[in-house]
Ligand binder design. Structure first.
Ligand SMILES: [Zn+2]
Ligand SMILES: [Zn+2]
Length: 339
């Protein structure tokens, strides 16, 4: 079968013939659509992922159909979304509803072979059945939707609040969609000059203002939008030092900064300002099972339409081109088709 593999400890990816997985115990899934994530781009660029063992099949965002059920109660032909994390189900965190913090977690495409392949074999608890009303492409983007949704769950936003979103990648834009759906009164999205394409998408999706960080007016504009106060909540998805520092500046006294980003290096922030302004700094990691179910309901009931986030489609043979397009920030979600 064809698979997209990180074969060498240097920038790049390759499409190779990989041995098809078989198991008597675990279900085998035919991958119908898989999406490229920012993490995949870091691995493609080979920045910050030296701990990985290669060769490895990449990818952790995918949707497919059950081919064989193994010992599970799944039905062949059933549409499923794949949980990007294999959890142990036994540790303290798994047993207390915080499986995103599982002490034995393994991430697909990072610690174990991932989903950028024609077939995968995974434990049944990594597979979540989808209603037929959710398309394969939509299904492949439920993983990042769940990540954005978990950040909302970890926030205190209420209808009528003002929010700022730093980092207009897919997670920032999905957060924008969810905030608008949650009744915020204003949402300002901030990116860099390199993000022009994505900031324009933010505008189309209902951002009240889009701001370019290099223009240097972000704090003033956010204050102007919020009666001189600052944002009630700031979501930080840039993963950059300047992004996190800016997020802390944009929050109003008593407000909240929520970061779900991964930072390549340590970041120092003005902690004293946060203390004096009683600003809460919160974090958010992947999502829990209940978030998955909520994300599936939002899409299957058409409460939100995530299709605009899927801007590019590539057959697996063009995977290298797909990675280059996303790495150049000229796409939101690029979906790989394995058919
Ligand atoms: Zn991802
Ligand atoms: Zn666990």
């Amino acid at each position: 079968m064809k698979a997209i593999v990180k074969a060498e400890r240097k920038p790049g990816v390759t499409v190779v013939d990989w041995e098809q997985p078989v198991s008597q115990d675990d279900p085998v899934i035919k991958i119908e659509a898989a999406a490229i994530c920012g993490t995949d781009i870091h691995i493609y660029d080979w920045v910050g992922y030296d701990f990985m063992q290669v060769p490895i099949v990449m990818g952790h965002e995918a949707c497919g159909t059950v081919v064989s059920r193994g010992n599970s109660s799944l039905v062949p032909g059933q549409k499923v979304v794949i949980d990007s994390v294999i959890t142990c189900g036994l540790c303290h965190y798994c047993r207390t509803g915080f499986e995103n913090l599982c002490t034995n977690r393994k991430t697909l495409g990072l610690n174990v072979n991932g989903v950028f392949a024609e077939y995968v074999c995974l434990p049944s608890r990594s597979l979540i059945p989808l209603p037929e009303t959710v398309g394969f492409e939509e299904g492949s983007c439920l993983e990042p939707l769940g990540v954005a949704l978990r950040a909302i769950e970890n926030s205190r936003i209420k209808p009528g609040d003002s929010v700022a979103i730093v980092g207009p990648g897919p997670l920032g834009l999905l957060t924008l969609m969810l905030c608008k759906q949650s009744g915020v009164r204003s949402a300002i999205v901030i990116g860099t000059r390199a993000d022009t394409y994505r900031l324009n998408a933010a505008k189309q999706w209902g951002a009240d203002r889009i701001l370019v960080a290099e223009d240097g007016e972000c704090a003033a504009v956010v204050r102007e939008y919020t009666g001189g106060l600052g944002a009630d909540a700031v979501f930080e998805w840039s993963g950059s030092r300047t992004g996190l520092r800016m997020a802390c500046e944009l929050a109003r006294p008593g407000g909240q900064v929520i970061s779900g980003a991964i930072y390549a290096a340590d970041v120092s922030i003005d902690m004293t300002r946060l203390v004096r302004a009683e600003i809460t700094l919160s974090t958010s990691r992947s999502r829990v099972y209940s978030t998955w179910i909520r994300a599936i309901h939002l899409v299957s009931n058409r409460v939100i339409d995530i299709n605009p986030v899927i801007t590019h489609r590539f057959p697996v043979a063009d995977a290298v081109k797909a990675f280059a397009t996303v790495a150049e920030k000229q796409a939101l979600k690029a979906v790989i088709e394995f058919a």
